[in-house]
Design a protein around this ligand. Structure first.
Ligand SMILES: [Zn+2]
Length: 375
């Protein structure tokens, strides 16, 4: 218990809020928990940013991966927290701080799982690869660099140790962010017929996109897909018909949605509107494209997790994760079994007064070790 608390507090003490991230400070701190002579690799992303891989050789060459990110989201309102966000205060069984749940608690569980095998000189049945990444809360430069260097292609399965309420996360929503720019023609507000109103055309365009998506389709764990306008800009003055309008839309998709089709359709709608409204120009930019992911409950990897859960008397409950994780940068490229399963509450992510129960980390360490020993 004390050791979990100490490690987590030290990780929270290091400010790895992203932007800037400074994950290299976290990498050094994590390495400091390990004895000399371990097998590790640091990947430098420059500007004090880096990711870390620690490998423990097993009896077989099969490699089980554990992935956790080192960065956290920022703290916009430090003074409104009940405990200072970088102190890692312990109270009533919880540790408070930025990243406690998302996901320095999961990182602590990974570190202590690795140390269990190293310190007890136990050779695990399979090789273990503990991957600590930079920049998950932004563009994912950490996991992308590791993937592009081929450092993840030897994994045969992967645990994403994000806070899942200790439930077994077998799917996650995809995200597709589109930026739409409509250029029309300005005219005097009293003569709208002489102009091409970019804001009104943008509004129409977004409604057409929404209508083209089957947002009522339901997934048994993830619910429905969504399409939200999250940024909008246009016009210069009340009495001028606007020439330019720009908006970003955030589309979140359940498994079964084909992002390529949505993108193709977005271009088609743009072209159709250009034909219908001579003179307007529709430009579309894909700002983020993360595919929805899912794994079958009957997949052997998931079945093994369930059997270890039962052995430990943990309640078995499947979960869908609404946000995307580092898995979205791995699974579409290396088709391996995955699960999102880690300590802490999903609802605590990015919240003020973020906290995690020490017991939750303890249970997850016990689970990871049992899984490794039994599979
Ligand atoms: Zn996270």
């Amino acid at each position: 218990m004390k050791r979990i608390e100490n490690i987590l507090r030290k990780l929270i003490n290091i400010n790895t809020t992203n932007p800037h991230g400074n994950e290299m400070d976290g990498v050094k701190e994590i390495l400091g928990f390990f004895p000399k002579g371990i097998d590790y690799k640091i990947v430098d992303h420059e500007n004090n940013r880096g990711s870390l891989i620690i490998e423990i050789e097993g009896k077989s060459q099969k490699k089980i991966g554990f992935i956790g990110h080192i960065d956290t989201v920022p703290v916009p309102d430090e003074s409104s927290w009940i405990h200072p966000p970088f102190e890692g205060i312990f109270k009533d069984g919880y540790i408070y701080g930025r990243g406690a749940a998302d996901m320095k608690g999961g990182v602590t569980a990974m570190i202590l799982t690795a140390l269990y095998f190293i310190e007890n000189h136990i050779t695990p049945p399979n090789t273990l690869k503990f991957v600590f990444t930079a920049d998950e809360e932004s563009d994912g430069i950490g996991v992308q660099a590791l993937r592009d260097k081929g450092l993840l292609k030897d994994l045969s399965s992967v645990f994403i140790a994000e806070p899942s309420d200790e439930e077994i996360g077998i799917c996650e929503k995809g995200a597709l962010w589109l930026k739409i720019h409509i250029k029309g023609k300005a005219s005097h507000g009293s003569k709208p017929e002489l102009g091409l109103n970019a804001i009104e055309k943008l509004y129409e365009y977004i409604n057409r996109i929404k209508d083209s998506l089957d947002l009522k389709k339901n997934h048994y764990l993830l619910g429905e897909s969504s399409c939200a306008i999250t940024l909008i800009n246009g016009g210069v003055k009340t009495n001028i018909i606007p020439e330019n309008a720009v908006a970003s839309i955030d589309i979140r998709t359940i498994p079964g949605f084909n992002h390529e089709e949505i993108i193709e359709n977005a271009y088609k709608i743009g072209q159709k509107m250009e034909r219908e409204n001579k003179g307007i120009v529709v430009e579309i930019e894909v700002e983020n494209n993360r595919l929805p992911l899912t794994i079958d409950e009957e997949n052997d990897f998931i079945k093994n997790i369930v059997s270890v859960y039962k052995k430990l008397n943990y309640p078995v409950k499947f979960k869908g994760i609404n946000f995307y994780t580092d898995a979205s940068q791995i699974i579409p490229f290396h088709d391996i079994p995955f699960v999102i399963l880690g300590p802490g509450e999903e609802n605590m992510c990015h919240q003020r007064n973020e906290r995690i129960k020490i017991e939750s980390i303890e249970r997850m360490i016990e689970f990871y070790i049992s899984y490794i020993n039994n599979c």
